[in-house]
Write a protein that binds this ligand. Structure first.
Ligand SMILES: Cc1ncc(COP(=O)(O)O)c(/C=N/[C@@H](Cc2ccccc2)C(=O)O)c1O
Length: 456
């Protein structure tokens, strides 16, 4: 088998600054041991997120020059609308400034206070907007998703028995919609199979329950279907994407991931009445219905990004790079979530630091130690991110205590992945001497973004 390289070459570079250990000690102390509070200039390889950090192509940069900045009816909106209709298949499109904007609108328009929102594992902003709209999130993902060592090929799947039990217990009229994410970020970027979404569709049709898709990383999900699911090996990514979406009633997307732009999001539905309400809400919270908080140039770049994101050779290279890093780590027996997901390597902080109890924030500790060793920034995806149960006020205690190494699209080279793996190994080799953290400042909403910690 011959080696295989990315289907693009680099035309512009952005210099990186290597820092010293003492510079990083000072920067991290100022950031309250929270990688979200670090300055970008103090970060060497930035694996905090794949959101908005992806490299645009020359054609996307060219699209920036084609911005039609008319307040109403921008040419760029109609191009974006047509592109979403073509590739995702939905009828009505509403642009938003980013994913959160779309989550806010769909939650307000489609949830009545007290209704239940079953979903395949929670995502922080998605659940928060559902709760702010009075919804009650219920996790209906298969049990394997909560087991970092389970090799189930589609850990994002919905457990149909859990879903049907909820519908029968609460009554279909008390289910706002099924909130389906493909891939599932908090489970480790794990995909949903076509068979599962088809089965969820037929179950929901029996009870008259809607399904809305978080399509943020749906192209990566399509790749796993092409690679792992019977009957899809010879289907293109674009065909798989469109079929999957056809089993849902609408979708929201943070275009800052799959669509390769630095800002942007959209919401799309097939129901005309729901669209009317969304189209009206968008002018209250995001901007006119033909720009939704975006400049015309951003919408044009997003349309080009969508067209590039469905190219089979591009997505194979993208997933291949994540897998390459995963293999380096598993060769050293470093515990990560398996199977390797679409957008990141998730270090299993519970197995990495078995001596640090979850209340001392092992995943946050691991992100801090990795930054100190090498200037590599990662993100906590454990108890700090899980937040507090609104009913009891106590922390949620998630089974998954993970530190995410999130790989931006078309940004870093294989050499950077080698450096990352060696840094993780250095931290792993020193793990016995590492102590946990205590939280010294806790904000009310989505605390992980701005919380501050100190060493124990
Ligand atoms: C599956 C899914 N659905 C919606 C959104 C919101 O989209 P947006 O509002 O950011 O555009 C996101 C954003 N995910 C980013 C950024 C982030 C956001 C909250 C907490 C931590 C990190 C990440 O995972 O790094 C997502 O992953």
């Amino acid at each position: 088998r011959r080696s295989w390289a990315e289907p693009w070459k680099i035309k512009m570079v952005e210099p990186l600054r290597v820092t010293t250990r003492e510079e990083r000690e000072r920067a991290l102390a100022e950031a309250g041991y929270n990688t979200f509070l670090l300055r970008s200039e103090d970060v060497y390889i930035d694996l905090l997120t794949d959101s908005g950090t992806n490299a645009m192509s020359d054609r996307q940069w060219a699209a920036i020059m084609l911005g039609d900045e008319a307040y109403a009816g921008s040419r760029n909106f109609y191009r974006l609308e047509a592109t979403i209709q073509q590739y995702y298949g939905y009828r009505y499109v509403v642009p938003t400034h980013q994913g959160r904007g779309a989550e806010h609108l769909i939650s307000r328009a489609a949830i009545r206070p007290g209704q239940y929102v079953p979903g395949n594992m929670y995502f922080t902003t998605t659940r928060l907007h559902q709760e702010l709209a009075g919804g009650i999130f219920v996790d209906v993902i298969i049990d394997e998703a909560h087991d970092p060592q389970s090799l189930h090929p589609f850990k994002g799947n919905v457990d149909l028995d859990k879903l049907e039990a909820l519908i029968r217990r609460e009554g279909a009229q008390n289910i706002a919609y099924v909130s389906l994410a493909g891939t599932v970020n908090m489970a480790g970027g794990q995909p949903v199979s076509m068979a599962n979404v088809r089965a969820v569709r037929s179950l929901c049709d029996r009870y008259g329950v809607r399904i809305f898709l978080d399509a943020t990383r749906m192209i990566e999900n399509a790749f796993f279907i092409q690679e792992r699911e019977e009957g899809y090996a010879n289907r293109s990514i674009a065909e798989i994407l469109k079929e999957f979406c056809s089993y849902t009633d609408g979708a929201w997307m943070s275009a800052k991931k799959d669509a390769l732009v630095n800002i942007g999001g959209w919401l799309a539905v097939n129901d005309a009445e729901l669209f009317d309400e969304l189209r009206n809400l968008v002018v209250v919270y995001e901007g006119l219905h033909t720009y939704g908080g975006l400049a015309g140039r951003d919408m044009e770049a997003m349309a080009v990004g969508i067209e590039e994101s469905v190219q089979d050779d591009y997505i194979r290279a993208r997933i291949g790079q994540v897998r390459y890093l995963g293999e380096l780590l598993t060769d050293w027996d470093i515990p990560i979530v398996q199977p390797v997901g679409g957008h990141a390597i998730f270090l299993d902080a519970r197995r990495f630091y078995p001596h640090i109890p979850q209340r001392e924030f092992p995943a946050q500790t691991l992100a801090a130690e990795l930054y100190l060793d090498s200037g590599i920034r990662s993100m906590e995806r454990g108890i700090a991110s899980a937040g507090r149960d609104p009913k009891t006020g106590d922390h949620y205690y998630p089974k998954l205590e993970l530190t995410r190494l999130t790989i931006p699209r078309r940004v870093y080279t294989q050499a950077h992945m080698d450096v990352v793996a060696e840094a993780v190994k250095a931290v792993y080799d020193a793990r016995a001497q590492t102590r946990g953290l205590r939280m010294v400042y806790e904000p009310k909403y989505l605390r992980f973004f701005q919380a501050r910690f100190e060493r124990l």
